[in-house]
Design a protein around this ligand. Structure first.
Ligand SMILES: [Zn+2]
Length: 278
């Protein structure tokens, strides 16, 4: 920006604190989308935080359930899953499940969390994915499925928060008083997308991913064979990685990776170095 050196101009922080923030619409979306990668990076000593946008109160077929009870049950399941995977922090924003929109309150909540944790990478839903449909000429009997509107809303909220608000010193100036200065996210990883360009080998953490998902008892019941389902999906993704990139993996997670900022060599890489410069 032109007035970067003007009196009172605020620096945009470019040094991450957390390695990754995974932002999903419902309790269990972070697990499906990036559970294996989160567990892998956590094992490597990286700090990971998960965010759940909605209260999960439509995640049942029983109309008589009390909303608050289901919300608390699902949050507890999500905490247990995070503990299983080694994810250090989890935040629940409790917007109403099934009714999430890309609104001011939701964008501001995400700006606050991104500025608070300063993740190098943000994972979220691909907002452009409206449906997953086979070609009716190739597979006439296969049915399609529609992407959940909360998933699309989450993707839009997160992308709109990242640019321009997270990194703009003049956006949400009241957050400065809360101690959250502007920050530059380095990369986006979109999950549940038809535009995969990046494959992460999760062979080491495929069982942990399944164990994390097994914590969501309210969603799958105690008897569901999650490990088999996750293995099949991970192997299918690994096959795609082989076809598209020629890489050998047993199990993989796929993302559309979008680089937003590449640190220059002379810039400090670690927080300590950045602090020493001050
Ligand atoms: Zn969902």
């Amino acid at each position: 920006m032109a007035d970067r050196n003007a009196p009172g101009a605020l620096q945009v922080i470019k040094t991450p604190d957390y390695e990754a923030m995974v932002i999903g619409a419902h309790p269990d979306d972070d697990d499906f989308g990036a559970g294996g990668t989160s567990a892998l990076w956590a094992k490597q000593g990286k700090k990971i935080v998960w965010v759940v946008m909605t209260d999960g109160t439509e995640g049942s077929e029983v109309p008589a359930y009390i909303d608050t009870e289901l919300m608390l049950e699902r949050e507890q399941e999500q905490r247990m899953a995070c503990e299983t995977l080694g994810v250090q922090a989890v935040e629940f924003l409790r917007f109403p499940d099934g009714h999430l929109t890309n609104n001011e309150a939701a964008r501001k909540a995400i700006v606050r969390l991104i500025r608070k944790y300063r993740p190098r990478v943000v994972f979220t839903h691909d907002p452009t994915q409206h449906f997953y449909a086979p070609d009716p000429n190739e597979k006439p009997d296969d049915t399609a499925y529609l992407n959940h509107p909360d998933h699309r809303a989450t993707g839009n909220i997160v992308l709109d928060a990242i640019f321009p608000a997270v990194g703009n010193p003049r956006s949400y100036r009241e957050l400065l008083a809360e101690g959250f200065p502007p920050y530059q996210v380095h990369e986006l990883y979109l999950f549940f997308t038809g535009e995969d360009n990046t494959y992460i080998d999760i062979s080491e953490t495929i069982e942990l991913k399944a164990k994390g998902l097994e914590c969501h008892v309210s969603q799958f019941g105690p008897e569901a064979n999650i490990l088999e389902m996750i293995r099949n999906w991970g192997a299918e993704t690994a096959k795609e990685a082989k076809e598209k990139k020629g890489v050998e993996m047993e199990y993989a997670e796929a993302f559309r990776r979008i680089k937003l900022y590449v640190p220059k060599k002379e810039e400090p890489e670690s927080k300590n170095e950045a602090e020493m410069e001050l």
